[in-house]
Ligand binder design. Structure first.
Ligand code: ADP
Length: 399
């Protein structure tokens, strides 16, 4: 069975076609600048070269048609006809409180997704457009929605409520939702396999550290707490996002800098984090290079990131009373031994011991255990694969 995974953004659309018998990616690609001049499709068949197809895409329907053409193309296609696509799995950012798992998309689901737009005004409309475009191009193929928020719907009230007037929760659903759920779920399941245990038996802390970062406490296979909140702005220090700050700072910046609320929001989302502190870059590769050259603000930015991740790890250890494994994933988690070491430094008293040699050797794309043999808490590097997780959830629902 072949499943098409779609991740639609406001002007982009990423896709992967996955063969579920082998879990192999048959082709993947990206439509860029949809609705903007100079739109193009990058399409890469498995084992083949990247093809760049420059053609006007006035909307997402055009983009989907181009994707289907590319997948069935004589030269660089990977299937004979689009009838070979059994189902489409859509990444949807926000499922609000309605969706605690993946769903087959129908009219009612779409209505519920529309109701979630105020919670994710940038992402959900794009996801809905992607769904509509696929329905139009493939009317008989089941469309499945897989939500970034769904995995965290198992949090208890004390974990997800904010101490603002209760009526605001009732009226506007202001609460912690959490994000990166597909990734936290995937790596926690893979980690359980690596440890030869059932997810139900394990208490884990999963650290998804990329452009956006979030830390999750996974107890018995369920998310019980997570660092992101009502939006993906909360939690740890990120590439350009501030993470947790005193909420009173928002009003203070607006007044002192004469900025509108929208401008402050933009500043906290796009000009803060390690970028804002260092003034160098949001990319950890650049920051490590700047630090090596003696840039003190780059060092400060990296230390603040480390400190913020440690704060959540400590809090989740207390919450769960025990931790069996700590998992690192995504761009930073998979690629930076220095960050992994700094985050878990000096925690031997808590049974956490990193093996420096194994940590240094962990290579991109491979699952690795990087703790010492005597470490009570296992420390694992697990490459995330959100597309495969979406395809697996999709398969479950159409089987
Ligand atoms: P996203 O969060 O957008 O999905 P990724 O998970 O791929 O992105 O993370 C991207 C980030 O990972 C980059 O901005 C960079 O900070 C970090 N990163 C990627 N590769 C490396 C590397 N080799 N060394 C250090 N940091 C890296």
């Amino acid at each position: 069975m072949k499943i098409l995974v779609i991740n639609a953004g406001s002007s982009s659309l990423k896709y992967q076609l996955i063969d579920m018998e082998t879990e192999k990616v048959l082709a993947k690609g990206l439509c860029e600048r949809i609705g903007i001049e100079g739109s193009k499709l990058n399409h890469t068949p498995d084992g083949g070269e990247k093809n760049v197809i420059e053609k006007d895409m006035k909307d997402h329907s055009d983009a989907i048609r181009m994707v289907l053409d590319a997948l069935t193309d004589e030269n660089y296609g990977v299937i004979k006809s689009m009838d070979e696509i059994s189902a489409v799995g859509h990444r949807v950012v926000h499922g609000g409180e309605t969706f605690s798992g993946s769903v087959v998309i129908d009219a009612e689901v779409k209505k519920a997704l529309e109701a979630c737009i105020p919670l994710a005004p940038l992402h959900n409309p794009a996801n809905l457009i992607g769904i509509a475009a696929c329905e139009e191009a493939m009317p008989n193929v089941p469309q499945i929605g897989v939500f970034d928020t769904a995995f965290h719907q198992t949090m208890s009230k004390e974990a997800y409520m904010y101490a603002v007037p209760f009526e605001l929760y009732e009226k506007h659903k202001i609460r912690r939702y959490g994000f990166h759920g597909t990734s936290h779920k995937y790596v926690s399941l893979e980690a359980a396999k690596m440890l030869g245990k059932k997810p139900e038996e394990l208490k884990m802390i999963t650290c998804h550290m990329g452009n956006g970062s979030s830390i999750t406490a996974v107890d018995g296979g369920k998310s019980v707490d997570t660092s992101m909140g009502f939006t993906p702005l909360a939690g740890v220090v990120m590439g350009t996002r501030c993470g947790d700050i005193d909420p009173a700072i928002v009003k203070f910046i607006a007044e002192q800098e004469n900025l509108s609320l929208d401008e402050v929001d933009n500043l906290l989302n796009k000009k803060s984090g390690v970028q804002g502190i260092s003034g160098v870059s949001s990319d950890f590769r650049d920051l490590e290079a700047a630090e090596a050259e003696g840039n003190e603000r780059a060092t400060l930015a990296l230390s603040m990131f480390v400190e913020s991740v440690r704060r959540f790890i400590g809090s989740y250890m207390v919450k769960m009373g025990r931790v069996d494994a700590i998992i690192f994933t995504a761009g930073i988690g998979e690629n930076t031994p220095v960050m992994r070491k700094a985050i878990l430094n000096n925690l031997e008293a808590f049974g956490i011991e990193i093996d420096d040699e194994k940590n240094a050797k962990a290579i991109r794309g491979a699952q690795m255990e990087i703790s010492t043999d005597s470490s009570k808490v296992k420390v694992l590097v697990v490459p995330t694969n959100e597309e495969l997780m979406i395809a697996k959830e999709t398969l479950e629902l159409v089987k």
